[in-house]
Design a protein around this ligand. Structure first.
Ligand SMILES: [Zn+2]
Ligand SMILES: [Zn+2]
Length: 182
């Protein structure tokens, strides 16, 4: 089942292609990239952040209406939070196969470092592949180098390799084949 990547107009410009190709390589799936057709809801003015839960509600509704059954990864350019958390790099909802990631805290600029598109592409791909992993039924992994490790900082994200550990790779293939048969 193909992965749909919806690239919001506010998401890092010009990086959809390279990030999408890297996600395809990491997850071993085919990806279709397009400009996001979604209207973003869930912006909370005093936090200057978007509620990831609200975004996933909207994404799920859109998928249902359009008959999109496969995983969707939405990439946005606004900071995300989830209930009880100050921020999240991304969030997935396996029940509806919808996920979202934000480019904001993946960029060097956010931390006062020099801009680097290669860094950003790699982080978008790692974070996107992580959320897709959740959609395929994977939980967090203790292996710091595995895509399914849950990073709390940029350095922890950078410490992950561009791949799933052996155990998670097995679970990923199982998740993908189960999605095809249901
Ligand atoms: Zn996670
Ligand atoms: Zn793992």
């Amino acid at each position: 089942m193909d992965v749909h990547i919806f690239w919001d107009h506010g998401a890092p410009e010009g990086l959809a292609g390279p990030a999408g190709r890297l996600i395809a390589a990491i997850t071993g799936t085919r990806v279709k990239i397009c400009e996001s057709p979604l209207v973003l809801n869930g912006y909370i003015g005093h936090r200057r952040q978007v509620d990831a839960g609200v975004v996933l509600d909207g994404t799920g509704t859109f998928m249902h209406r359009q008959g999109i059954r496969g995983p969707v990864l939405l990439v946005i350019g606004q900071d995300l939070f989830a209930t009880g958390l100050d921020f999240v790099f991304g969030l997935a909802r396996p029940q509806t196969r919808a996920s979202v990631i934000s480019g904001v805290r993946l960029s060097n600029e956010y931390y006062g470092r020099l801009t680097n598109d290669e860094d950003l592409v790699e982080r978008l791909a790692k974070e996107g592949s992580h959320e897709l992993g959740h959609i395929y039924g994977l939980s967090h992994c203790d292996n710091h180098e595995c895509i399914m490790f849950n990073p709390h900082t940029l350095d922890e994200l950078d410490g992950k390799k561009k791949g799933f550990c052996p155990e998670c790779s097995v679970a990923l293939e199982k998740g993908k084949s189960e999605m095809l048969t249901c």
